[in-house]
Write a protein that binds this ligand. Structure first.
Ligand code: PLP
Length: 285
């Protein structure tokens, strides 16, 4: 596999980053994951805009322009012959060759940019989406700026391990009695035809897929309500689902052992997955 690191395309075994990099020492970095379908990028623009926002919130400099980013994405898709898969992009604050809590001077310390592809055949026509996901709920003990897409993913990883140990596929996070989001996705339930999801704030990541799916739901005359909700409401729902750039719309069929509906993906989640895949592919670049 060819990867990209700081201006160079290299075989993955030759790409290196300093051990003093603040991404490595302090999780001082941000990332994006863009999916590739039919060899094309899904919602590249949405990811580029959010990346810029994450960098700004952390007083970090952009490592390159949006046009350059698009070019690197396309080149990696081309050289690695990705038809269906993901592109991972990470920008960290870099390093001035020492460890210090104080940010290094941005005039003399360049950010580190790393990009690589993951080949994922079956991303769109996913067996997991046909089955639907089983979810457990766990306490949300992450930091308070979840709207910034940082590489601090230890607790989400632990949440996925807890789900796995419980025989489930993923976890939803609960804060002050309300669901915030999934470990790596936004969370929704559907009751009497109405889609409910938590409103945007610093408590959750502003999902690129969330934005697109909510727009498409409204265009399809579906009712959407953005409000806080409890896990008990979700357990009593007709159906539930999650959204993310890597799994699109993923139906949820079980929450904390409670089966939703007949235990198969619900009609609204199924329809939204179809609409999302169809429209995103048409708009892909
Ligand atoms: N929430 C969290 C915590 C995430 O990590 C992600 C994606 O990684 C999402 C939501 C979904 O965001 P997007 O649709 O932009 O992938």
């Amino acid at each position: 596999r060819t990867v990209y690191v700081n201006g160079q395309y290299l075989p993955e075994t030759e790409a290196t980053v300093s051990i003093f990099d603040r991404g490595f020492l302090m999780a001082d970095g941000v990332y994006e994951v863009t999916s590739v379908l039919d060899g094309k990028l899904i919602d590249f623009d949405g990811h580029a805009v959010r990346l810029e926002r994450s960098l700004n919130e952390l007083d970090m400099r952009a490592a390159c322009t949006k046009e350059e980013l698009l070019e690197i994405h396309r080149e990696l898709v081309r050289v690695n012959e990705i038809t269906e898969g993901l592109i991972y992009l990470q920008i960290t604050r870099g390093s001035d060759g020492d460890r210090d809590f104080i940010f290094p001077d941005p005039e003399t310390t360049k950010p580190t940019i790393v990009m690589f592809t993951q080949n994922k055949p079956g991303l769109a026509d996913s067996p997991a989406a046909k089955k639907g996901a089983k979810i457990i709920s766990i306490e949300d003990i992450r930091w308070g700026r979840r709207d910034i897409k940082t590489v601090q993913l230890l607790y989400p990883s632990m949440g996925k391990m807890m789900a796995k140990a419980a025989g489930a596929d993923d976890a939803w996070l609960i804060e002050d009695g309300h669901v915030t989001e999934g470990t790596s996705n936004n969370a929704y339930f559907v009751k009497n035809g109405k889609i409910v999801t938590r409103p945007l704030s610093t408590d959750i990541l502003h999902g690129i897929t969330r934005k697109a799916v909510l727009r498409m739901a409204e265009e399809a005359q579906m009712e959407v309500e953005e409000r806080l909700f409890t896990i008990d409401e979700a357990k009593e729902a007709d159906e539930a689902f999650t959204t993310s750039a890597s799994a699109f719309v993923m139906p949820v069929v079980e929450i904390d052992g409670v089966v939703l509906g007949d235990g198969t993906p619900g009609p609204i989640a199924t329809r939204l997955r179809e609409i999302y895949l169809d429209e995103s592919l048409k708009a892909a670049i």
